[in-house]
Design a protein around this ligand. Sequence first.
Ligand SMILES: O=P(O)(O)OC[C@H]1O[C@H](O)[C@H](O)[C@@H](O)[C@@H]1O
Length: 560
Amino acid sequence: MFVRPSYLPLDDKQEVLKRFLNKDPSLWSEDQETQAAISNRLGWMDCIEDMKAHLGDIKAFSQEVKQKGIKDIVLLGMGGSSLAPLVLSSILGPNQGYPALKVLDTTDPEEIDRTKKVLDREKTLFIVASKSGKTIEPNALFAYFWDWVKGQDGSPGNYFVAITDPGSPLETLAQEKGFWRTFLNRPDIGGRYSALTFYGLVPAALIGIDVERLLLEGEKMAKTCLNTLKWDENPACILGEFLGEYGVQSRDKLSLLFDPKIRPFGLWLDQLIAESTGKETRGLVPIIGETTGIPGFYGGERIFVYTRLKSTPAEESFDGFIKELREADFPVYEILIEDPYEIGGQFFLWEMAVALASHFFAVNPFDEPDVIAAKEKTKQAIEVYRKDGKFPVKFWVDPKSNINFRASSMIAASMKGLSRAIIDLFQVLPSWGYVAFLPYLPYEDRIDEIFQDMRHLVRQEKGCATTFAYGPRYLHSSGQLHKGGPISGGYFIFTRKRAKEYDEIPGYGMSFWHMQFAQALGDFEALELAKKRVIHIHLPADYMTGLETFKRVLSRAIKL
Ligand SMILES: O=P(O)(O)OC[C@H]1O[C@H](O)[C@H](O)[C@@H](O)[C@@H]1O
């Protein structure tokens, strides 16, 4: 049973807070087994004290790394094991004299190639980060880079560090291969709640971020949220109530705005919100990186949270836009931070707020039941490829644009034109739904821009909110929401033809191109299984030209 928090008497909400502080798992589930699993996911509530005890060690290790002359740190990991380091390095790092951090959370062959090309083998340290130690991307990336480093000297393990949970296959691997260091995290913390543990702090320290200050900010916020016993004075409860209140009414398009300096925080928040709440056909759809429009273009399903950094000049801020939204009566929540290091506190604030909001949605914020579907389907596609030497997929060629594409069965199966498929996708998509653009391509500014144009177009023409996230990164965050969350979504998946023979990943019998393609197929199948409307565009090897062509097709079709 889910309930609007504003309908509850204050005493009931007090009770929710009390149960939360007692780590009562029945807040999120009545099932005994689920409750036991939840009890093993609440370590983030009190991990800061533990982490303070490790700060000396982390900082000493960062000095060792620096003294060894390491210039680049490459982090191999996904989702909860990569997004906090990515956010921290984009906002707070790197510091002068310290190595730079490159987060490789992809299987894109071009992105991996480009990264490798600029690395100096003797001055690069790889961090393999994975809670489970079983995630396909970091494991394949490890195999690939281990092979590259091992020619270098007698002890390639010196160039590798692991961050994982005790007993994981990664811990064993690190022992066998003689990794320089292994950091074992508390196992009762899930990936997306692990920013203030070894997963976030070790990479941050290695690039010279003041992790003590970061953790102190985390501690300050945690103390405020855990010690303010009045619901309506507690910042996490107030934010959690805002999210829960509108989410349960299906005002679920949560548009997140950040001042420029702290904008990357949205990437981490996207996973926390989408993967925690997006299940059982409920949840909040985080809308990040959208251009702003006039409020008249937004539907009633929109709510807004604006994180303001005090030092941002008024002309770079969203102050004017927020004023317009308020005048148009949109629900708006504002968070003010004085200093970028307060991101440490924001991690905790949002973790607790999302956990409380999930109580009102009656979902378990600590699992990701639908992520597994895409993984299984990917595995099957890989098995077929290994057996038959090709993937089980056929595309239609759009007679007008020559674009290869296919569509899920919820879109008229007999139709063969791309424009028709696009029209059909929008035909049944309500303006309060959303469209997700999901390219399995390298991270490139030009690609960002092209999709920004498409997002703008969809909002102008259809009034729809849009999301944009690269694959396979999104599989480990908003992928959960696409399959398990609100049913009103339309999805565009993009892959590209193979440009050349890419290196084989040692031990995998395929290249990263093949792996990435299998992941896209896997997600298509999982979305199909969840009865979603999906169009898969298979771009030419010159994907940029292909994307421009697709943009033209979309802009014509959307007006029909
Ligand atoms: O840290 P790992 O075990 O490698 O997991 C990395 C990520 O992958 C999974 O697919 C989950 O959906 C994410 O919640 C998790 O953060």
